[in-house]
Design a protein around this ligand. Structure first.
Ligand code: NAP
Length: 281
C-alpha cells in the first residue's frame, strides 16, 4: 500500500516559512503586494482568486483585487496591467485565466513585466525555466517538486514519465525533473503504446485532465505517482487522473485528489511573490 503524500501538510510547512520571510521584509519597511485580476464571471476562477487572496492574507501579503466585467476590452486590460507594472506597491501581477474569448491571452501574458510575472508564464521566464536558471518557479510543477522533496523522493537517476505537455504543467514539469537529473519522458495524446511507456516510470506524473485515466496496469510496482488532474466524476465529486483505489495498492507513494498537488500551486505563487519582494532588499 502506498504512502500518501499530503500536499496540505507540505503547503502548511511552506506557508509558515513564507510568513516568516514576509515578517522579515516588513521589519525592513517593505510591504509585499500581489495584484489579482479577474475578468468576467467564471465561477471556478472566482474560487481560485478567493483562495489566492486568502493565501496572501495568511502569510501577510497585501492583495489588490481588480474584478473587471466580461465586456472589458483587451486595450482596457492592457492599460490596467501597464498601471500595475509601474505601481511600487505591487510585487506580483496575476491575471486569472481563462480570459473571455475576445481577449488574446498570450498578448496579456506578454504585457506583464517579467519582474512581476509571479505565474512565470511570460516567455522571458519560460525561457529561464528552460535554461535552468530562474527566479520565478512554474507554480504547479514546483509544488510537485516540493512535495517530492518533503517525502525524500529523489529524482536524480530516476526514470520520470510525465503524461501531458501543456505549457502550464507538462512541459515545465519535465524541465524541473531534468534539472534534478531525472531521465525524463513526456507523453501526450499522440504517444504510441502509452501504457508501455508509463509502466517503466519510477516517477509518474499524470496531467491529463481525464478522470480514472491512469489504471493500475499502467503503473510499475513501487512507482511514485503524482496526480495533477482536477476533474469531476459522474457524481460531481472532485477527482484526479489516477484510479486511486487500484493504483495505491501498487505505488510506493501517491498524491490524493483533493489534498495532493492542488494546495501547493497557490503556495508556490506566494513563494514567487515573496521572491519578487526580496529582490528589492
Ligand atoms: P491540458 O492543457 O488540457 O493538457 C492535457 C494534456 O494531456 C495534453 O498534453 C494532452 O495531449 C494530454 N492528453 C489528453 N488525452 C490524452 C491521452 N488519451 N493520452 C495521453 N495524453 C493525453 O491540461 P493542463 O492544463 O496541463 O491540466 C491537466 C490537468 O491538471 C487538468 O485536470 C487540470 O485541471 C489539472 N491542473 C491542476 C492544477 C493543480 O493545481 N492541481 C494546476 C493546473 C492544472 P495533447 O497535447 O496531445 O493534446
Amino acid at each position: 500500500m502506498a504512502e500518501l503524500m499530503n500536499g496540505k501538510e507540505v503547503s502548511a510547512a511552506k506557508r509558515a516559512e513564507l510568513k516568516e520571510r514576509v515578517a522579515a521584509l516588513n521589519e525592513k519597511g517593505i510591504q509585499v503586494g500581489l495584484a489579482v485580476i479577474i475578468v468576467g464571471n467564471n465561477s471556478a476562477s472566482r474560487v481560485y482568486v478567493n483562495n489566492k487572496k486568502k493565501g496572501c492574507e495568511e502569510i501577510g501579503v497585501n492583495s489588490y483585487e481588480y474584478a473587471l466585467p466580461e465586456e472589458t476590452t483587451q486595450a482596457q486590460l492592457l492599460s490596467l496591467i501597464d498601471e500595475l507594472n509601474n505601481d511600487s506597491r505591487v510585487n506580483g501581477i496575476l491575471c486569472q485565466l481563462p480570459l473571455p474569448s475576445h481577449i488574446d491571452e498570450q498578448s496579456v501574458i506578454n504585457s506583464i513585466n517579467p519582474e512581476k510575472d509571479v505565474d512565470a508564464f511570460h516567455p522571458f521566464n519560460v525561457g529561464h525555466i528552460m535554461i535552468g536558471d530562474y527566479t520565478y518557479l512554474p507554480c504547479t510543477p514546483a509544488g510537485i517538486m516540493e512535495i517530492l522533496k518533503y517525502y525524500n523522493v529523489s529524482v536524480a537517476g530516476k526514470r520520470c514519465v510525465v503524461i501531458g505537455r501543456s505549457n502550464i504543467v507538462g512541459k515545465p514539469m519535465a524541465m524541473l525533473m531534468l534539472k534534478e537529473n531525472g531521465t525524463v519522458e513526456i507523453c501526450h495524446s499522440r504517444t504510441a503504446g502509452l501504457a508501455e511507456e508509463t509502466s517503466r516510470a519510477d516517477i509518474l506524473v499524470a496531467a491529463v485532465g481525464k478522470a480514472d485515466f491512469v489504471t493500475a496496469d499502467m503503473v510499475k510496482d513501487g512507482a511514485v505517482v503524482v496526480d495533477v488532474g482536477m476533474n469531476r466524476n459522474a457524481e460531481g465529486k472532485l477527482c484526479g487522473d489516477v484510479c486511486f483505489d487500484e493504483v495505491e495498492k501498487k505505488a510506493s507513494y501517491i498524491t490524493p485528489v483533493p489534498g495532493g498537488v492542488g494546495p501547493m500551486t497557490i503556495t508556490m505563487l506566494l513563494e514567487n511573490t515573496v521572491r519578487s519582494a526580496e529582490k528589492i532588499v
